[in-house]
Design a protein around this ligand. Structure first.
Ligand SMILES: [Zn+2]
Length: 392
């Protein structure tokens, strides 16, 4: 079905039914209840033969347009319709191969591209379009893993992608397999892999205020966290060195994906033109606050645990948790949380961040939150297991 005209609030008919069903498939619109007149036959539109482009459709369309960084107008014209059509494909839903005149486009192609990139096969940028570069990378992958290098992504290639995307990355196949085994050992902190991402770095200092540099403070905090996690048997990876130039958010996400980590913790401090702005806040992947938003439930849960511990143990102002579609949060395959550890532009927060005692308490707060995340509720961290006094 191609869409010539533009549909908006108030429109009715089969095209609107089609739009509604696509939104339902994407989880942006609740499925409607079947009606007595439904025939169940191939022409049955699930009770939407008289479908209406109502307020809920308008909202869902706007939300979708926002997610895809399109013009948000609530109108379904050819472009929005094409995006709706591409979004429904998941890797494995259909065979993928290159066709010169009519390239395959969809979210499944974007996933394929991301996996190929993660494993070191250069297919160019992740754009969801199966072009010549993606085909070359796919053939290269197939050759490397003893599959027929036919450039067609079928069942055998899907299985191999699924298996290998989690293991042979980062040039440490042995270490990765070992960590994979540990993942299966049950709900315990030991054996988990955590990527710690100190924000900025090198030439990019981040916020500089009150004699402190965000990149340096976050590096120090990252090391304190890394030390505590290692002591508990957690495999911790840092995204950069002490004075290394910070890589982009996209690369940080790719790094985390390559380590197949269980969780990503990104450390930042905030700034504001008002010196009065203060407090700690945590961010997880979430595209919106309404019920149609995509979000990471584990990320949201971990963000709330970290936030609770930090506020209780440091006495900082509670800036609460928020869903955001920032690159690092969106591009990581595992739950990711970004902590904005106070405002360097606020004199009280800066004084806290300057103190090594505060940094220890902050690192301990994150560790306790991690324990609460992974331990079953009935085995939640017993009081006194760690000496963690409330810092006032
Ligand atoms: Zn920052």
């Amino acid at each position: 079905m191609t869409m010539q005209r533009r549909y908006r609030r108030g429109d009715t008919g089969p095209a609107v039914a089609e739009i509604r069903s696509k939104l339902v498939l994407l989880g942006l619109l609740p499925a409607g209840a079947p009606r007595p007149t439904d025939t169940g036959g191939p022409d049955d539109l699930g009770g939407y033969a008289d479908a209406v482009f109502d307020d809920s459709v308008d909202l869902a369309v706007r939300h979708f347009q926002q997610q895809r960084a399109m013009t948000v107008d609530g109108v379904v014209g050819p472009e929005t319709y094409r995006h709706l059509d591409e979004a429904r494909w998941r890797l494995g839903d259909r065979m993928l191969s290159y066709s010169a005149g009519h390239p395959t486009v969809g979210d499944d192609v974007a996933t394929l591209q991301q996996r190929l990139l993660d494993m070191g096969f250069d297919c160019g940028r992740v754009d969801g379009i199966l072009g010549p570069a993606t085909e070359l990378a796919l053939r290269e992958f197939q050759r490397n893993y003893g599959l027929g290098a036919d450039g067609t992504c079928g069942p055998a290639t899907f299985r191999a992608l699924d298996r290998l995307a989690r293991t042979v990355v980062g040039g440490q196949p042995h270490a990765m397999r070992e960590s994979e085994l540990l993942h299966r050992s049950g709900p315990s902190l030991a054996g988990k892999t955590v990527v710690i991402d100190p924000g900025h770095g090198g030439a990019d200092a981040g916020v500089v205020a009150h004699g402190l540099t965000e990149a340096e403070v976050m590096w120090d905090l990252a090391r304190r966290l890394e030390g505590r996690l290692s002591a508990l048997g957690v495999r911790a990876y840092l995204t950069r060195g002490p004075a290394e130039d910070g890589i982009g958010e996209e690369e940080r996400a790719a790094f985390a994906n390559a380590t197949d980590a269980d969780l990503v913790i990104s450390l930042h401090a905030d700034r504001n033109d008002s010196p009065r702005a203060a407090g700690v806040a945590c961010y997880y992947y979430g595209s919106g606050s309404d019920r149609y938003g995509r979000r990471s439930p584990t990320g949201e849960h971990f963000a709330s645990l970290v936030q609770r511990e930090l506020v209780a143990r440091t006495g900082m102002v509670d800036g609460r948790t928020h869903g955001k579609a920032w690159t690092l949060l969106r591009r990581t395959r595992m739950p990711a949380v970004r902590i904005e550890m106070g405002y360097l532009t606020n004199v009280d927060d800066a004084a806290r961040l300057a103190s090594s005692e505060f940094r220890d308490h902050a690192a301990e707060s994150v560790v306790v939150a991690l324990q609460r995340l992974y331990l079953p509720p009935d085995e939640d961290v017993p009081t006194g297991m760690l000496r963690l006094p409330v810092f006032t």
